[in-house]
Design a protein around this ligand. Structure first.
Ligand code: 5AD
Ligand code: SF4
Length: 452
């Protein structure tokens, strides 16, 4: 009976979205929020208050999946107490072969299962679930046309994320993304540019162009533009804002993008360039299509053009067949590249990928030992760089207030976090800080002015 009231009337209903995984997913949760708000829902951070809980899942490593499984399972009691609540599961995990079945079996109380390739259908699926009163499972197997015109509900002012492309064609042997996100497809430049212009007009101060492999933008000839040309066009949008892009691939990253960076001071001198390994043998087994030497030559090219430039990276340890010598090659590369920071991962086999079939698995205790050594190395590099900031100034874009520290925080061009005290909110402003203390990766300072 009660459920009837829900149909077509969501104005008093509340949603909660739980997000796992990467920035792509964080932005997709903003799109899901936009769709739900379009129906009339408003947000709550409490499961118990929610009328719909949406899990936006990730499947890149096993622990991301386990995490989601744990949290979905924890809602069983709530669903029993409040049967009208809708539980929806979307995101990359649902796109994995056979996973929707596993989810249905493991958690019979899930109401809606939807994929990343048909995210925009969520409102329709909600209506259908309420009308038909039975579980709705709708996963699109193949990518379709890009759907434009949906307004995301952005939650990270003054930062905004803009997709430039979806999917991936690279098939790195460890990675499940090409299987769950489909083939590469690029948004049209005019859609991207009008989104960026609107964001700048609304006062957003940092725009990050997002794609699994931004260098492949338009490589199918569908956009009439390369990534470097798109970057040039976006950086030419008038207004004061910072521009970032993520993620670059070392097999494609190069001079054309660096030339555009040089042309526009708006583009941050920070490139996220995942290296994955420093061993050529392992890079080959990973199907990365570059060598350690080529990687380092790109870092060198960037740093010789902009002496202040920084590089961040992703590294996997314990890939099948990785010997101590291979691991030490990674350490050597990390030192040479002098990364500003790095995301470090233990290899996690993903069903359906080539690497999952490889036999020479590295024992978990060896993986653990390597990740600990690598994390210590990366932290020492990051710390040394932070210490060099003390006594200097850094321009940060203030993005939040840290309740615990009672300080405002923001990031500089190189992604480093800076904290400071202020009587009034500085969120959305570029603030120049004189750095007094560096504590691990965080910097603390005094505002000495606002950058014009
Ligand atoms: N195991 C461990 N790490 C992985 N990544 C991708 N797939 C795996 C996997 N199977 C890491 C890569 C990638 C980042 C987003 O996640 O380093 O760049
Ligand atoms: Fe992002 Fe990849 Fe995880 Fe999907 S599987 S959420 S694309 S990191």
């Amino acid at each position: 009976m009660e459920e009837k009231l829900y149909v077509g009337n969501f104005m008093e209903k509340k949603y909660r979205i739980v997000t796992y995984g990467c920035q792509m997913n964080v932005h997709e949760s903003e799109k899901i929020a936009g769709l739900l708000r379009g129906m009339g829902y408003t947000e709550t951070k409490e499961d118990a208050e929610a009328d719909i809980v949406v899990f936006n899942t990730c499947c890149i490593r096993e622990n991301a999946e386990n995490h989601a499984f744990g949290n979905i399972g924890a809602l069983k009691k709530l669903k029993r107490r409040k049967p009208g609540i809708l539980i929806a599961v979307g995101g990359c995990m649902t796109q994995e072969a056979g996973k929707a079945e596993v989810l249905k079996e493991k958690f019979p109380f899930i109401d809606i299962i939807f994929g990343t390739l048909n995210l925009e259908k969520l409102p329709e699926l909600i209506e259908r679930r309420l009308k038909e009163k039975k579980k709705v499972v709708e996963i699109r197997e193949k990518e379709g046309e890009i759907v434009e015109g949906e307004e995301p509900f952005r939650t990270s002012y003054p930062n905004a994320w803009v997709n430039i492309m979806y999917g991936c064609n690279n098939f790195c042997s460890y990675c499940i993304v090409p299987y769950v996100r489909g083939r590469e497809r690029s948004r049209k430049p005019e859609h991207i540019l009008s989104e960026v212009k609107k964001l700048v007009a609304e006062g957003y101060k940092e725009i990050t162009l997002l794609g699994q492999n931004v260098d492949s933008y338009g490589s199918d000839g569908s956009t009439g533009m390369t990534f470097a040309q798109l970057l040039d066009a976006v950086a030419s949008v008038e207004g004061k804002f910072r521009l970032r892009f993520m993620t670059s691939h070392p097999k494609d990253f190069g001079k054309d993008v660096i030339d555009v960076m040089e042309k526009h001071r708006k583009i941050c001198r920070l490139v996220h360039l995942p290296v994955q390994s420093g061993s050529d043998r392992i890079l080959r087994a990973m199907n990365r299509r570059y060598t350690g030497e080529k990687y380092l030559s790109e870092v060198e090219m960037l740093k010789s053009r902009f002496p202040e430039a920084e590089v961040t990276t992703d590294i996997i340890v314990g890939f099948p067949g990785e010997t101590e010598e291979d691991y030490l090659a990674t350490e050597a590369l990390v030192k040479k590249a002098d990364f500003a920071s790095a995301f470090t991962f233990v290899y996690s086999p993903r069903t359906g990928t080539k690497a999952a079939e490889m036999e020479d698995r590295v024992p978990p205790e060896v993986q653990k030992d390597r990740i600990m050594r690598l994390v210590a190395l990366v932290n020492s590099l990051t710390r040394k760089k932070s210490e060099r900031y003390v006594g200097r100034t850094a321009v940060i874009l203030c993005e939040d207030y840290d309740e615990k520290k009672k300080m405002y925080m923001g990031r500089d061009e190189f992604g480093r976090m800076g904290y400071f005290r202020s009587e009034r909110s500085r969120i959305g402003e570029f603030v120049t800080l004189k750095i007094t203390v560096a504590n691990g990766i965080s910097l603390f300072g005094e505002p000495v002015g606002e950058e014009e």
